[in-house]
Design a protein around this ligand. Structure first.
Ligand SMILES: Cc1cc2nc3c(=O)[nH]c(=O)nc-3n(C[C@H](O)[C@H](O)[C@H](O)COP(=O)(O)OP(=O)(O)OC[C@H]3O[C@@H](n4cnc5c(N)ncnc54)[C@H](O)[C@@H]3O)c2cc1C
Length: 508
């Protein structure tokens, strides 16, 4: 194992909404940060223009078979790493399946680009002193400005929205969501006429081409989606942020407060296969809702190099996620458009929960027979979202991570399923969905709060019983936003970084 005696000021683990924002803010403040990301840089118009040397294409054509999955974990079996350059991590467990991704830029490459404030009113109030909905507001605004996300509006001229599709339906309605939705894409000035541009940071991007539908959950090779490598990481690198791609953290070791290095971070560099032990004064974990828990639990209960954290793994939730598939043959080819197409629900005496939906991306590039691709062109994926009981438990057992979640404890899933059954009855069509939730929004497990008796991190994001160790991603959220969470995660990371900078300035 390589060991270096140099002490890094801040190591950030993971480069999604939590890690990219935290690392960028600290770099802007002149702090020396090394970011460790297990996934690769993705090959896009943007990363090419920035001169990133080692990149991996998004799964397309035959590589869809080899690069779609990074790892797969089925109940009762160990996690299988299939391809370290793979896009998705799938964890199937007791009562829940969890999907996340692996890239420099994290989930921003695969997400649908919907950015919303929490659906829960006064989301940040009452969890920890000095943290409130009002104090977080500046961070939401800063992230929206950094990402340049426009508000969704008919002026964008988007095709195939639910508003258009169901305008004349007697059985489906399209209630407007409360509050604005921002879209994390670079739109053409004139709808339907995308151009190639060079942004303010000198990064080349193709404006989103909604006719091509190549900017969905299989990545955005043209850079039409505002992924975090574009918005934060490449600009921060130019200011000194050090990014190590394909560098996976295996465990964290507390060294005590006596030396400047309070933590050792054990990594494996997938470029060389070498194992290294990096020393750091501070560590910010932002490996995503699932993998932050894996890392902390493994370090505490597997390698036994961390201790304490009595509430670690408790209050894990799925943000009320529900997923299904619906053949919309009567509407023909529905592929043109943004990844997500707007809200809809069954008309009825009851206020059914609002669903969202979209089409499969980049179908032309699937290595499948023509008739199957034609079939997929009319399939809509549908999603429900909300607030569940957040009563799941993650633990380290038998050398691996196990998550137990019982959707029957959360009325939200029954309500969403009732709304889906109403759609089936009213339209006479079949909708396929799973019994247990599939979530792309794992939340909690290392929750923020006022005391170690109920939470894992304090209002600064710092682990109560491990000074200098922080959680800046979805795992730290004190509750579920009940809507798309990426903006809330980014705002939390911006807040954690701001508190870190303020404390450092005060101590000097
Ligand atoms: C298909 C899909 C569509 C979505 N659509 C939306 C949407 O429209 N709006 C929305 O708000 N949200 C959406 N989401 C959810 C959103 O992507 C996540 O909530 C968000 O990315 C979580 O941010 P994060 O920083 O917590 O983690 P991530 O973005 O998952 O980032 C974590 C990073 O850490 C890395 N990592 C993990 N373990 C290690 C390790 N041991 N060492 C080093 N690096 C590690 C991972 O590779 C990853 O890059 C969607 C998700 C999916 C999968």
């Amino acid at each position: 194992m390589d060991e270096t005696s140099a002490v890094i000021d801040v190591i950030v683990i993971g480069s999604g909404f939590g890690g990219a924002v935290a690392a960028s803010r600290l770099t802007d403040a002149g702090i020396a940060v090394t970011l460790l990301e297990r996934g690769p840089w993705r090959d896009t118009v943007a990363t090419r223009s920035a001169g990133i040397a080692r990149t991996t294409p998004f799964p397309r054509d035959l590589s869809l078979f080899t690069r779609l999955l990074r790892s797969l974990r089925l109940p009762g079996s160990p996690r299988l790493t299939l391809n370290r350059h793979g896009l998705f991590d799938i964890h199937v467990d007791r009562g829940v399946s969890i999907i996340c991704s692996s890239n420099v830029g994290g989930g921003s490459h695969v997400y649908s680009g919907l950015q919303r404030l929490p659906h829960v009113a006064n989301f940040w109030d009452g969890h920890a002193k000095d943290v409130s909905t009002a104090s977080l507001q500046q961070h939401y605004e800063a992230v929206l400005a950094d990402m340049g996300s426009p508000m969704a509006s008919p002026a964008l001229g988007l095709p195939n929205t639910t508003y258009q599709r169901y305008a004349n339906s007697n059985v489906i309605e399209t209630p407007s969501p409360e509050g604005p939705t921002w879209l994390g894409f670079l739109f053409p000035a004139e709808p339907g006429k995308p151009q190639t541009i060079i942004d303010a940071n000198g990064i080349t991007r193709n404006q989103v081409d909604v006719a091509a539908n190549d900017d969905g959950f299989l990545g955005s090779p043209g850079g039409g989606k505002t992924s975090l490598d574009i918005a934060y990481l490449i600009p921060a690198m130019r200011k000194g942020l050090k990014i190590r791609d394909l560098c996976e953290v295996q465990s964290i070791e507390a060294l005590g407060d006596q030396s400047p290095a309070r933590y050792a971070v054990h990594v494996i560099d997938h470029h060389s296969g070498a194992k290294q032990r990096l020393l750091a004064a501070n560590v910010i974990i932002a490996a995503g809702g699932l993998n932050t828990l894996r890392l902390l639990l493994r370090s505490r209960d597997g390698t036994k190099t961390l201790s304490g954290m009595p509430n670690l793994g408790r209050r894990f939730g799925c943000n009320g996620d529900f997923m299904g598939w619906w053949d919309q043959a009567e509407y023909g080819d529905i592929t043109a458009g943004l990844p997500a197409r707007g809200p809809f629900r069954a008309r009825g005496p009851e206020d059914f929960p609002v669903l969202g939906g979209g089409a499969f991306p980049a179908i032309d590039r699937y290595p499948l027979p023509h008739f199957l691709k034609q079939r997929l062109r009319r399939v809509q994926w549908i999603a429900g979202i909300g607030v569940d009981a957040m009563d799941g438990v993650a633990r380290w057992t038998g050398g691996g991570l196990r998550v137990d979640f019982n959707g029957d404890n959360s009325p939200v899933f029954a309500r969403i399923k009732a709304g889906v059954r109403a759609l089936v009855e009213l339209t006479g069509k079949r909708i396929h969905y799973t019994k247990n939730p599939i979530t792309v929004h794992p939340t909690g497990g290392a929750c923020m709060g006022d005391s170690i008796a109920t939470a894992v991190v304090d209002g600064n994001g710092e682990v109560f019983d491990h000074p200098g160790l922080y959680v800046a991603d979805a795992a730290a959220l004190p509750a579920e936003p009940g809507g798309p969470p990426s903006l809330t995660i980014a705002a939390w990371a911006s807040h954690v970084a701001a508190r870190f900078i303020a404390q450092r300035n005060a101590s000097r």
